[in-house]
Design a protein around this ligand. Structure first.
Ligand SMILES: Nc1ncnc2c1ncn2[C@@H]1O[C@H](COP(=O)(O)OP(=O)(O)OP(=O)(O)O)[C@@H](O)[C@H]1O
Ligand SMILES: [Mg+2]
Length: 223
């Protein structure tokens, strides 16, 4: 097991982050990342998770949660910009789970408000090529949000070195930096949601997943 990196900010520093999980494809892991990253952040600092997807997956998950150590969850589908403005003074970290359409008003508002956008992608060239539109969306969001940072995350990786190398080669052509950490395909990502938990709350079954998620979070906070 690789040693998870440290992701907590230095003591005494004022550190705030707005992280949007976006994409132009369904089922790539946006909600999974949002739940797990927000839960890890909530162990360190006041964190809220905004459900900006009309599918309401985060709200469904939150209804199953039976644990005090969880991020606060709010429905932000009606107006993401207003929700960010409303909660930014009360929470150190805000995560936004977006619908699978780049052009949706929720994703556009998230692009306008975020410090960082995280884009999960499946390890397939077809999925990666679909992110070209995301790159264009980020470029146009930077006209009004010039400091916006972006990070691709390969999710549901299969243990294949050859595939991993091929995928890295395709990613290089896309123009969006990719996280060094990849998330493997693991049953615990599904099982944890069913139990209203994050992978870091699944004990030994979730240990590998929790480690990769901590490593990813450290990368996101460092960009
Ligand atoms: N690394 C992983 N290993 C195994 N299963 C995963 C992994 N990541 C996500 N999943 C599963 O894949 C499915 C789709 O994930 P998720 O709902 O997070 O995607 P999404 O991008 O939010 O989808 P949508 O666009 O419909 O909102 C879920 O069943 C989830 O549990
Ligand atoms: Mg989702």
């Amino acid at each position: 097991m690789t040693k998870p990196q440290q992701f907590s900010p230095p003591r005494g520093t004022c550190f705030m982050s707005i992280i949007a999980i976006i994409g132009n494809k369904g089922g790539v892991g946006k909600t999974t990342l949002a739940i797990n990253l927000a839960t890890l952040l909530s162990e360190q600092a006041a964190t809220c998770l905004l459900d900006a997807d009309p599918q309401g997956s985060i709200l469904h998950w939150a209804a199953m949660v039976d644990n005090a150590n969880m991020p606060a969850v709010f429905d932000a589908t009606a107006n993401v910009g207003n929700a960010v403005a409303q909660y930014r003074d009360d929470y150190q970290h805000i995560l936004i789970d977006c619908p699978p359409q780049l052009q949706s008003e929720q994703t556009q508002a998230a692009l306008a408000s975020a410090d960082v956008v995280v884009i999960p992608v499946l390890p397939s060239p077809l999925d990666l090529w679909a992110t070209v539109a995301v790159n264009e969306g980020i470029a146009s969001a930077r006209e009004s949000n010039p400091d916006l940072k972006a990070l691709l995350v390969i999710n549901q990786m299969e243990p294949s070195t050859k595939l991993s190398k091929l995928i890295r080669d395709v990613i290089q052509e896309l123009g969006i930096p990719a996280a060094t950490t990849t998330l493997n395909r693991r049953v615990v990502y599904r099982a944890s949601v069913l139990q209203g938990k994050s992978v870091s709350q699944m004990g030994r079954t979730g240990a590998f997943a929790a480690d990769e998620m901590r490593n990813l979070l450290a990368e996101i906070l460092a960009i």
